[in-house]
Design a protein. Structure first.
Length: 115
């Protein structure tokens, strides 16, 4: 499956953004779809994930209570609603789809949170 991420941008601290990861040429059925981010000079870190079939979600401690990931059946996509954004949330956000231990990555989308 090919992934297309969208929705990044510039926002002030305390604001909100919504990212979307679309499945191109396929569906997310049987996949775990996740979000990772990478700040300048740092490694890629896990942010959130959702099991498409069960809608079970997982979150990094740093975003619990602020970020919500969900599936959008109509658009064959996964959304990441980011609220109460902090400058430390800035970075390139990547969507990932995993099935049977195989990872697929989308291109990153830049999120910049100004203080």
């Amino acid at each position: 499956v090919q992934l297309q991420a969208s929705g990044g941008g510039l926002v002030q601290a305390g604001g909100s953004l919504r990212l979307s990861c679309a499945a191109i040429g396929g569906t997310f059925r049987d996949y775990v779809v996740g979000w990772f981010r990478q700040a300048p000079g740092k490694g890629r870190e896990f942010v959130a994930a959702i099991r498409w079939n069960s809608r079970h979600t997982y979150y990094a401690d740093s975003v619990k209570g602020r970020f919500i990931t969900s599936r959008d059946n109509a658009n064959k996509s996964v959304n990441l609603e980011m609220n109460s954004l902090k400058p430390e949330d800035s970075g390139v956000y990547y969507c990932n789809a995993r099935r049977l231990a195989v990872d697929y990555w989308g291109q990153g989308t830049l999120v910049t949170v100004s203080s």
